[in-house]
Design a protein around this ligand. Structure first.
Ligand code: FES
Length: 140
């Protein structure tokens, strides 16, 4: 989607707000985790947008059942499709299954003016093509 209004400093446009329905399908996007390409996802839960690296704490593999489908049938937990680890959507904390004690890697997000943005961190960076569009500094 075109970023007509410009991203907040340091933030990267992820998607339009209305793309993320409450407890619905996640928006999948590419990041570099420790310089390796991986996927991440954002979804809306209890009105709030959360984002995580798409990487199970049990075995480092992607978790979606179908592309963008992360929540269980009751739309209550993020459920890994491989062995059924369950994660609390708001915290990324493991609450059941073989990931006990683990946690998803959270990505900071911002929802503003009908758009959702994410913030890179030391460990989680944008892919090179996205980095060129990134604002150079963050002033918040
Ligand atoms: S890889 Fe996710 S529960 Fe085993």
């Amino acid at each position: 989607m075109p970023d007509e209004g410009g991203s907040p400093p340091g933030a990267i446009l992820l998607c339009a707000s209305d793309q993320l329905e409450e407890s619905g399908r996640g928006a999948v996007f590419d990041v570099l985790l420790w310089r390796a390409p991986v996927r991440a996802f954002a979804l809306r839960y209890e009105g709030r947008v959360v984002a995580y690296v798409n990487r199970c704490a049990h075995v480092p593999t992607e978790m979606d059942w179908l592309p963008g489908e992360f929540l269980d049938a009751d739309r209550r937990y993020i459920l890994c499709s491989l062995h059924g680890a369950a994660y609390e959507p708001t915290s990324g904390r493991c609450v059941g299954g073989p990931c006990t004690g683990g946690r998803l890697m959270a990505i900071e997000v911002l929802e503003r003016d009908g758009r959702v943005y994410w913030y890179p961190s030391r460990d989680i960076r944008p892919p090179p093509a996205v980095e060129q569009e990134e604002s150079p500094t963050r002033h918040e």
